[in-house]
Design a protein around this ligand. Structure first.
Ligand code: GLU
Ligand code: ZN
Length: 485
């Protein structure tokens, strides 16, 4: 019998979900769904100074928005709860005491000040700065003495002095660590709260986690955790450490090379489906290097850990923009309109009494062009504003030219009583003027576009004219004609 795959995403809620965390959660999710296993969400909130409720909410909300629904965890329950580590303190304590009893852990009474002082000396003297194991072999009398003094204590793990610990990492292959380099790390702090490294092992075991898929930054924790598994008599799960995500400058992804928080992408109007598609390719790919997937189900079907690369993944925002544009094109106009409405409202472009059918046509006209939902406000503002602004360069180069005024006057005069005012009729009138005045199409189209939209690029001129309507079109043409006078 093969055991059922169980994976988890175990964020520390010290800040909002970032791109790296989202990628880790996604790979766990894809693997779980592919293997028809379970995806567990566990909140590792034992860092009391840095954990916040807001961060927990943000992480849950972001995962839901991405569509990474978990089978067990906050809001869901499950057979292995509670899923917040702060609700599991007694469990960690009992395992720590078991280790104490077996001599695999010991009380350390060194104060933070003493430790800092010793570290300083070690660095100055060129010794390893780790904990010097001072309390490892305290006699019962020495210990009783410290207890009498009421000294605060932590529980430390007794690491091995010899040998190597080897990981057979699913992504990185064989990695070896010298045990002697591992210090006697803390399991339980003086506050009674466990360290991440300890609670994480206990929970992964108690929650029957089979595969630990997490970021590369945890690779150095793994040998220590393996020693813990052995000391506790737990069977080892498989480990897979995902490569770093680098910015376009090949340095660690930072605010400078691309936003790191998922909120930013959400606010800009990236679609969750597009982000999922993009993030899935940060370290994974099909043998055909497929870029666009029809659905997350297709990604799930094709996903495998074997195909995850150990090379750093490069975060390329231009590619994400392109991909998001592709996903926007796939949307039905009804849905896209619903999605862009909040952006238009926020910029006070939408009053709320606009005709729904008209609005859908405006959105349809921009659908091919926008790469993010928020771009609708830059590209389509002229449909909504009563006073548009004009790009200075466009005015200089396109409007302030010999003969422009004459052409615009001719066009305006024909449009004035044009009935009906449609894409076809405004175009055929334009074609006629172009022929009569023996000018090139652009000589009419370019200045008309600048007069009506304030800029030189945009959707099809006749389409946008029909949507602006006669009144606005004439008003804007009049204004420019007067200005050019
Ligand atoms: N709480 C750890 C973190 O957020 C989880 C590490 C792990 O996945 O094992 O980095
Ligand atoms: Zn000590």
């Amino acid at each position: 019998m093969t055991t059922k795959v169980r994976v988890r995403f175990a964020p520390s809620p010290t800040g909002n979900l970032h791109i790296g965390g989202a990628r880790t959660a996604l790979f766990n999710y894809l693997f779980a769904r592919h293997e028809k296993g379970n995806f567990v969400l566990r909140i590792e909130d034992t860092d009391r100074a840095r954990s916040t409720k807001e961060a927990v909410e943000n992480i849950l909300d972001s995962l839901r928005w991405l569509g990474l629904d978990w089978d067990e965890g906050p809001g869901k329950g499950g057979d292995f709860g509670p899923y917040y580590q702060m609700e599991r303190l007694e469990t960690y304590k009992s395992y720590a005491h078991e280790l104490l009893k077996q001599g695999k852990a010991y009380f350390c009474y060194c104060s933070p000040e003493e430790l800092a002082e010793r570290k300083k000396e070690a660095l100055q003297g060129g010794y390893p700065p780790g904990y010097n194991r001072k309390c490892r072999n305290l006699s019962p009398e020495e210990r009783a003495e410290k207890e009498r003094e009421g000294k605060e204590k932590v529980i430390r793990f007794r690491t091995s002095d010899a040998g190597t610990t080897e990981i057979n990492d699913l992504v990185r292959g064989k990695v070896q660590f010298e045990n002697i380099l591992l210090e006697d790390f803390v399991l339980i702090r003086s506050s009674g709260i466990p360290t991440f490294i300890f609670a994480n092992v206990i929970d992964d075991n108690l929650m029957n986690i089979t595969h630990i898929i997490r970021g590369d930054e945890h690779l150095s924790n793994t040998p220590r955790q393996i020693l813990l598994y052995q000391a506790l008599g737990f069977s080892l799960p498989s480990f897979g450490h995902l490569s770093m995500i680098l910015g376009s400058d090949r340095k660690k992804l930072s605010k400078r090379t691309g936003a790191t928080s998922l909120d930013w992408y959400r606010q800009k109007g990236y679609l969750p489906q597009a982000l999922v598609n993009y993030l899935s390719l940060l370290g994974w790919g099909t043998s055909e290097s497929q870029e666009l997937f029809s659905s997350v189900e297709e990604i799930i079907r094709k996903f495998s850990l074997e195909a995850v690369s150990k090379n750093p993944a490069i975060f390329d925002i231009q590619k994400l923009d392109w991909m998001n544009g592709q996903y926007i094109k796939r949307l039905g106009i009804e849905e896209l309109t619903r999605l862009v409405e909040p952006y238009l409202k926020e910029k006070n472009l939408l009053r709320g009494d606009e005709d729904k059918e008209w609005l859908k046509k405006v959105v349809a006209l921009e659908q091919e062009r926008i790469k993010t939902l928020s771009q609708i406000t830059e590209y389509a503002d002229f449909f909504f504003l009563s006073e548009i602004t004009y790009d200075e360069k466009a005015v200089r180069k396109v409007l302030r030219k010999e003969g422009v005024s004459r052409i615009l006057i001719a066009y305006r005069d024909k449009l004035k009583d044009l009935e009906p005012f449609t894409v076809e009729t405004v175009e055929s009138v334009a074609r006629k003027i172009i022929a009569d005045l023996e000018i090139k199409g652009g000589a009419l189209i370019h200045p008309t576009r600048v007069a009506l939209t304030g800029r030189t690029v945009g959707p099809g001129l006749f389409e946008l004219m029909a949507l602006l309507g006669r009144e606005v079109t004439i008003k804007r043409l009049d204004k420019i004609i007067n200005m050019l006078d």
